[in-house]
Design a protein around this ligand. Structure first.
Ligand code: DC
Length: 230
């Protein structure tokens, strides 16, 4: 097997990317990197410092703030990433509905994307990674060894996200989660820089009719087949 392998998993919000990517990484003993968590951590910082106004953000102040703090990953015992700001974990703080609701506004800024790109490249130096996101196969690692595009219908994705968020936000309505996902899809697909696209060389997996185990084993089989032929 090649010394370093990059597996890119892209797709819309709540298509199951992180769950699948974690399991694939665990199987091959690769490092799992959740690139959305970097955008979420930046959104957390922006909100905490009042840099988000109704429909705009103060990008200059945000970049200034980013240049004066560190966003980094630490890894738990099973090689999964934990996102830190100035060495303090914000893993729980970034999973709220408020962050989900504001993150597209942050992720569309080119200056923010350039900042994140550097973190993504640095963290993948000298190791095999499974990275999930929106632009991993198109922009971050256009030469990735494996590119998967994970998709599912809006209803199925909304249901999955609602079930997840309901555990901590009991009053949350399914329709609000669906509305938020639709808005995020539109923002991800239509933004100017690094929009969500399915590259021609990626393998499409529609998980509407598949459970997690089925999707994971499809991906593992594809990777194994290729690796054996090398
Ligand atoms: O995967 P997620 O829902 O945690 O991602 C959070 C947001 O970050 C999502 O709205 C889109 C954005 N994102 C992105 O623009 N590019 C990536 N590579 C990963 C996430």
């Amino acid at each position: 097997m090649k010394k370093k392998v990059i597996v890119a998993i892209d797709g819309p919000s709540s298509s199951g990317k992180s769950t699948i990517a974690k399991l694939v990484a665990k199987h091959f003993n690769f490092t799992y990197i959740d690139s959305g968590s970097i955008y979420r951590a930046i959104t957390y910082l922006a909100l905490k410092n009042n840099l988000v106004k109704t429909d705009s953000i103060d990008v200059v102040s945000l970049i200034d703030l980013l240049n004066n703090c560190s966003i980094s990953f630490s890894f738990n015992s099973i090689n999964q990433n934990i996102i830190n700001i100035d060495d303090v974990s914000v893993e729980n703080e970034i999973r709220t509905f408020e962050i989900s609701n504001n993150v597209s506004l942050i992720a569309e800024k080119n200056k923010v994307r350039k900042y994140v790109l550097k973190i993504q490249k640095d963290i993948s130096k000298n190791k095999s990674v499974v990275m999930d996101g929106r632009d991993i196969g198109s922009v971050v690692f256009p030469n990735a060894d494996f590119k998967f595009f994970l998709d599912a219908s809006l209803d199925i994705r909304s249901l999955r996200r609602w079930n997840e968020l309901k555990l901590s936000e009991k009053d949350l309505k399914f329709e609000d989660v669906k509305k938020d996902l639709l808005k995020r899809d539109e923002n991800d697909i239509n933004r100017k820089f690094s929009p969500l696209i399915r590259t021609k060389d990626s393998i499409l997996i529609d998980s509407d009719q598949l459970n997690i185990v089925e999707v994971v084993s499809q991906i593992i089989n594809i990777i194994n087949k290729e690796i054996k032929n090398k």
